[in-house]
Design a protein around this ligand. Structure first.
Ligand code: ATP
Ligand code: MG
Length: 357
């Protein structure tokens, strides 16, 4: 049974169509992320699940029950927001205990559950502090603890790490992942950070202009994006347009500047003489000075950018075709300089058609 089932969800604000026609299923225990640019409808969709926004059309089911017309309090879910929404005059302990006090649980049980959940988010030693005496990351852990403490079946998080710096964000991502694995709760998570979505999710739904444009596991979306929007949103991409030819053995040849071989698994359905677009990830491209046997595009290095663990090399072929290659930086590695004439090469399997442009 799905934990969450959305069918035909639409939301309009006057002439603005915030959500076009969204269907989504979340299995119990799954970590599902809504990923997309600003204004694509992520928060609207999350709040339709929470009950804080009413859909213009469509239905919401949680744990098999139709909750389309049930207010937020009756939906057995917890929420974590970007602005921690803690009560400033209460201690960490009292903030976390608050949902249990409302539910009138016995004192000893409250103390036990709050203690357990504060340990889970590694804040047991700060139980007596006030929110303003905590760092941003610690405050967000309090708000996660406050959500976990009453053990909702479903947790909704809207950009919970958005206000934190990169290092802290990465650390808390791992904590959220661990907590999800330990507690096996169902999570619907919103972010516009593609790396965060890839790290955390069992399933990612990429949203574009009020629709889910593609959904799938992190590796599937990264390596087999169906559209250019998905390819660009989930990382850097080289999109090449070429004409399909016969190719060697079972493979197809694609002519961009030079003839390039594409693995048949992905070239199936491509008719000869058809024009098609292909994705090659920058990290799939290697640069060599000597000419490889096949799959090489002759190009000149126009720029290089060192960014710590990786370096990007910007290339341009004589025809004007532009490529980006990315590789791990190595101290005293092979040296390429701007102006060098080189070959950009990649495996047939790393050149994939983008079917739906
Ligand atoms: N109350 C409202 N009235 C009118 N338009 C709204 C309202 N709330 C949201 N919208 C519009 O609906 C669209 C989706 O908004 P939403 O907040 O869901 O985007 P989002 O994907 O969460 O963006 P962000 O990443 O910036 O938080 C936007 O175009 C927004 O301007
Ligand atoms: Mg939002």
């Amino acid at each position: 049974m799905s934990s969450v089932e959305l069918s035909g969800i639409r939301k309009t604000y006057g002439p603005v169509e915030a959500l076009a026609e969204v269907d989504l299923q979340i299995e119990a225990g799954q970590f599902v992320t809504l990923l997309g640019p600003s204004g694509s409808g992520k928060t609207t969709l999350l709040n339709i699940v929470s009950g804080m926004i009413e859909a213009t059309a469509g239905s919401v089911r949680i744990a098999g029950k139709d909750v389309t017309n049930v207010p937020p309090g009756g939906r057995d879910l917890g929420m974590v927001f970007q602005n921690y929404a803690l009560m400033p005059h209460m201690s960490v302990f009292d903030n976390v205990a608050f949902p249990l006090k409302i539910r009138k649980l016995p004192k000893e049980q409250i103390a036990r559950q709050v203690g357990e959940v504060l340990d889970l988010v590694q804040l047991g030693h700060l139980a007596d502090r006030k929110p303003k005496e905590l760092s941003g990351g610690q405050q967000q852990r309090v708000s996660i603890a406050r959500c976990l403490v009453y053990r909702p079946a479903l947790i909704l998080m809207d950009e919970p790490l958005g206000a934190l710096d990169k290092k802290l964000r990465e650390q808390l991502q791992l904590e959220i992942k661990r907590i999800h694995q330990d507690l096996k709760v169902t999570v619907l998570y919103v972010t516009h950070d593609q790396e965060e979505a890839l790290v955390l999710s069992d399933k990612i739904c990429v949203m574009n202009e009020g629709r889910i444009e593609q959904e799938g596991g992190p590796t599937e979306l990264y390596f087999q994006p169906r559209t250019q929007f998905i390819a660009d949103f989930l990382g850097e991409s080289n999109i090449l347009e070429g004409r399909v030819g016969r190719g060697k053995g079972p493979c197809k040849a694609i002519t961009f500047d030079e003839a390039i071989t594409v693995q048949t698994d992905f070239a199936e359905g491509l008719a000869e003489n058809e024009n098609a677009r292909f994705l090659i990830r920058p990290e799939s491209i290697s640069i060599t000075k000597s000419q490889p046997d096949e799959n090489a595009i002759r190009a000149r290095i126009v720029d290089t950018i060192f960014s710590g663990e990786s370096s990007r090399v910007y290339l341009q072929a004589p025809s004007g075709l532009k490529l980006i290659a990315k590789s791990y930086s190595r101290f005293e590695g092979e040296d390429f300089s701007v102006g060098d004439d080189v070959y950009a090469t990649f495996r047939p399997i790393d050149c994939r058609p983008i079917v739906d442009v």
